[in-house]
Design a protein around this ligand. Structure first.
Ligand code: F6R
Length: 250
């Protein structure tokens, strides 16, 4: 694993965007796995800036997102499709039909997972998967569990996720109870993985995930077994990992 430590969120975003743009420049027709959440927003902003300056093009890129809520159409402002449109896709030259997000309105969410994995393998697999990480070590919607889920699948959201998300909805009753997420196998099959973390509140889980035992109780810990992981984090998020002796660049 390579670890880049940056001074703050903005520098973290620039470093992550650098790695993504290097991927696009070296393989213009690459497949990018993308994430939602607050951490990658600055990375997307930086990529948009470089696109507008003419330094970067997404014209040949395919994208596959990690996850989506069940029951929300892409027009809903809390859907992950909507997030991607407003935070990246609408501002760059990616072909709309080459962007993929699981269909939260599919009649059979479990079958949608199977279809989604076929889309990914039909594209030749993911070249670079961007990931954020939850406070309990979740990646995508793969929450702590007794075993590692495999392919893209439907999940019941945990009570703590529902509680954390309710601020974005008119009422708790409106919070989706299920999601479709890439599984651990789908994520681990990506050729390269880029994890972004920011803030002191992530320091404990970063240490646990990258220095603790590999266990489905900390889903991100499986990344220790991936041959090509880059972790980019600000000083605050990496403080405990660096204190534990992990060598960091930057
Ligand atoms: C996003 C996703 C989630 C987030 C994670 C961290 O598509 O699947 O796993 O990456 O919840 O979220 P933030 O970045 O908001 O801390």
């Amino acid at each position: 694993m390579r670890v880049y430590q940056t001074s703050d969120y903005q520098a973290m975003s620039r470093q992550a965007a650098n790695i993504i743009s290097a991927q696009i420049i070296t393989k213009p027709n690459c497949v990018l796995g993308l994430a939602t959440g607050s951490t990658p927003i600055g990375t997307y902003r930086q990529l948009i800036e470089w696109y507008k300056k003419g330094d970067l093009s997404f014209a040949e890129v395919h994208t596959v997102n990690l996850d989506e809520y069940v029951g929300l159409p892409g027009t809903h402002d809390q859907s992950y499709r909507y997030f991607m449109q407003t935070n990246l896709f609408d501002h760059v030259d990616v072909k709309p039909e080459w962007t993929n997000v699981p269909d939260g309105m599919a009649a059979d969410a479990q079958a949608e997972g199977g279809r989604y994995d076929q889309v990914i393998s039909g594209l030749g697999g993911i070249d670079l998967q961007l990931l954020g990480m939850g406070h309990n070590g979740h990646i995508g919607f793969n929450e702590p569990a007794e075993d590692f889920p495999l392919g893209t699948h439907r999940v019941d959201l945990t009570e703590s996720t529902i509680q954390a998300n309710k601020r974005f909805f008119a009422s708790e009753a409106d919070v989706p109870r299920q999601a479709i997420t890439m599984g651990i196998k789908t994520i681990m099959q990506a050729r390269r993985i880029l994890v972004v973390v920011s803030g002191e509140d992530k320091a404990d889980i970063v240490l646990k995930a990258f220095r603790g035992p590999v266990t489905p109780k900390v889903p991100a810990s499986i990344l220790q077994l991936h041959p090509d992981v880059t972790l980019v984090g600000d000083k605050a998020a990496l403080s405990k990992l660096a204190a534990a002796g992990e060598s960091v660049c930057g």
